[in-house]
Design a protein around this ligand. Structure first.
Ligand SMILES: Nc1nc2c(ncn2[C@@H]2O[C@H](COP(=O)(O)OP(=O)(O)OP(=O)(O)O)[C@@H](O)[C@H]2O)c(=O)[nH]1
Ligand SMILES: [Mg+2]
Length: 296
């Protein structure tokens, strides 16, 4: 370890849909966490690693803070809580408009006051009038003594370097915990499953997308370099299965094609993707299934 070697563990928290995963992807410069316009997209803690010179940042992207509704969401909320325990700093992501939401206040109430919390006001690209930020900053300032406030856009990248600059102050002298070219600790299989789940979330509607889970049952590379991926999509009801498959299999085919394209980009090779749909009633309340899907 060189004298200058430093590392910072930073957890990214906030209510659902504010852009935590988008920010993680932007920070590390690669899409490792799926992003959709549906709340509760992220279900588990996702680690992203960025090594810049002597400093290694280890970011934890977490599920959106919300009131738990079932066993799965209890695990999700618990993983946020745990992510705030052993870190050097917290980044709280919020939107640039509107009052502080109940879920945000609840989160603020749980901050350990001995840890620095940086407020990231995301999505500023959506603001026509930037002076609106002043009121937003004042509002959050009244709610908590944030170590810094950084307006930014995960979408355009504006302000993200400023955030990194603020976070550098919280890095501690230490060895790097990951190889310097590491981007994530997520296994390939998990990212492959998430890519397909992203397409399901983007396409399906109402309560269907929240009740789906994806498992990669098999991943094999053939001699000619093609990778075959066998997946199972779990859903909660027979009627949901019908909606996932669609008329003549059209919906599933479209989602699978979009997923395959992203998988090929991610793996850097051709992919043959097979998807099976199975019903597991009320799986989000069944501990054994939650565990077998790696969600607890
Ligand atoms: N315009 C704009 N949209 C953004 C920005 N960051 C994220 N979004 C959009 O906001 C939505 C939610 O983004 P995510 O990154 O999935 O949000 P999240 O906080 O991880 O959501 P959960 O995992 O559900 O808690 C997506 O539609 C993103 O494209 C931004 O800086 N500008
Ligand atoms: Mg997310």
């Amino acid at each position: 370890m060189s004298d200058e070697s430093r590392s910072a563990f930073i957890t990214i928290v906030g209510k659902a849909n504010v852009g935590k995963s988008s920010l993680l992807n932007r920070l590390i410069g690669e899409k490792i966490a799926i992003v959709t316009d549906k709340p509760q997209t992220t279900r588990t803690r996702i680690t992203g690693v960025l090594t810049k010179g002597e400093t290694q940042y280890v970011f934890l992207d977490t599920p959106g803070w919300h009131r738990s509704r079932n066993r799965l969401s209890e695990h999700m909320v618990q993983s946020v809580q745990e992510s705030m325990a052993d870190v050097d700093a917290i980044v709280m992501v919020v939107e640039p408009f509107g009052a502080i939401k109940a879920a945000e206040q609840e989160l603020i109430d749980r901050f350990d006051r001995s840890l620095p919390v940086v407020l990231a006001i995301n999505k500023i690209d959506l603001l026509r009038d930037r002076s609106a930020l002043l009121e937003q900053i004042a509002q959050y300032d009244r709610a908590y003594p944030f170590a810094a406030v950084v307006p930014l856009s995960a979408e355009t990248g504006e302000g993200v370097d400023t955030l990194l600059g603020e976070l550098a102050a919280f890095a501690k002298k230490s060895v790097h915990f990951f190889a310097d070219d590491t981007l994530t600790d997520q296994p390939e299989r998990v990212i492959i499953a998430e890519i397909l789940r992203e397409k399901l979330l983007l396409t399906l509607r109402d309560e269907v997308p929240h009740g789906v889970a994806v498992a990669v049952e098999q991943m094999k590379e053939r001699e000619d370099g093609l990778v075959t991926v066998h997946t199972v999509i779990y859903c909660e009801k027979k009627s949901h299965k019908g909606m996932i498959i669609g008329k003549g299999g059209k919906t599933l085919k479209e989602m699978a094609t979009a997923a395959r394209t992203d998988m090929e980009h991610f793996l850097g090779c051709r992919v043959h993707l097979e998807c099976w749909v199975k019903v597991k009633e009320d799986w989000r309340n069944r501990e054994g299934i939650i565990r077998s899907l790696g969600l607890s």
